[in-house]
Design a protein around this ligand. Sequence first.
Ligand SMILES: [Zn+2]
Length: 339
Amino acid sequence: MFHTLFLALLALSVTGCAHLFGDHGSARGAATPIDDGAATPDRHGQAPGYFRMRLGRFTLTALYDGSIEIPSTQLKGASRAAIDRALRIVKQPANVSTAVNAFLVDDGERVILIDSGAGAMQGDTLGKLQANLAASGYAPEDVTAVLLTHLHPDHAGGLIAEHGLAFPNAELYVAQAEADFWLSGDRLNTDQPYDQGLRRIIAEYQARGSFHTFAGGTPPIEGIESVVLRGHTPGHTGYFINADGEMLLFWGDIVHSPGTQFANPDITVAFDVDQKAARVTRNKLLRGAAQTGIWVAGAHMPFPGIGRILSVSNTSYRWLPVDYSQALAGPAQRQAAGR
Ligand SMILES: [Zn+2]
């Protein structure tokens, strides 16, 4: 029965699409002659990892740093069976490959980078931000400020390059609570390679007077608001921009596993330092984002990581990714906010 229905639907869709292919029955049409002198185009690699969105006076560029695997054993807050079932429903393997994104905000005068990718700190599936930045039309020297959501390596590792500071003209901003956690107290005694590397990076910015901290919830720089997003790290911070009535929140690490955490926001990751706070923050934020229809840019959402939230029930949500062409349109032309 199902088989017959499936074949009937297939026949319908082929007939329906026939006009797209003309008389040849092929979308390719006539072959394009290849110029013998020209380089052979790459027809098998992926497109460059950047994506543009216009938001009032801001031009936003999402930058892909690469991907990192999160084993499902790192997901907490629900039974193993429930987590495995959730992953099966969204057709994801047990070890999910999760994107690492950073975002560039250009207001015409300043070029502000939100998070910096992993640089060389986490293996060769990451560290592609510099190449994608260049592909997007910016040089590292263009970046005037770097705002970090927190100091984990996939967000701060890209601050350093082989030759020194990766963004030589940038001022660096981190929430005070985050800086306190990583750069003072007991943490100073750890000899973890990442901690040592992080301290070296920050010391370079401090030496030239370019390292700045700010109280959680206060604007780090003019035109950008901050919000404390408790749970993932002690000073985990989101950043807001507001343009022509549209608001966008860079939410850092609120979601690591889109396949499971929208359906069940109680699911946490092992590296949330305060599991309970992370769960509460995610639930509150998803509810608020769904009610207000604000744009969200997430470090670990599928690239380009920009979208909005749809409420499915009181406790479950869906991700609504930004549309390719509407990303460059004005607010009036964009799709409805999903309310
Ligand atoms: Zn992260």
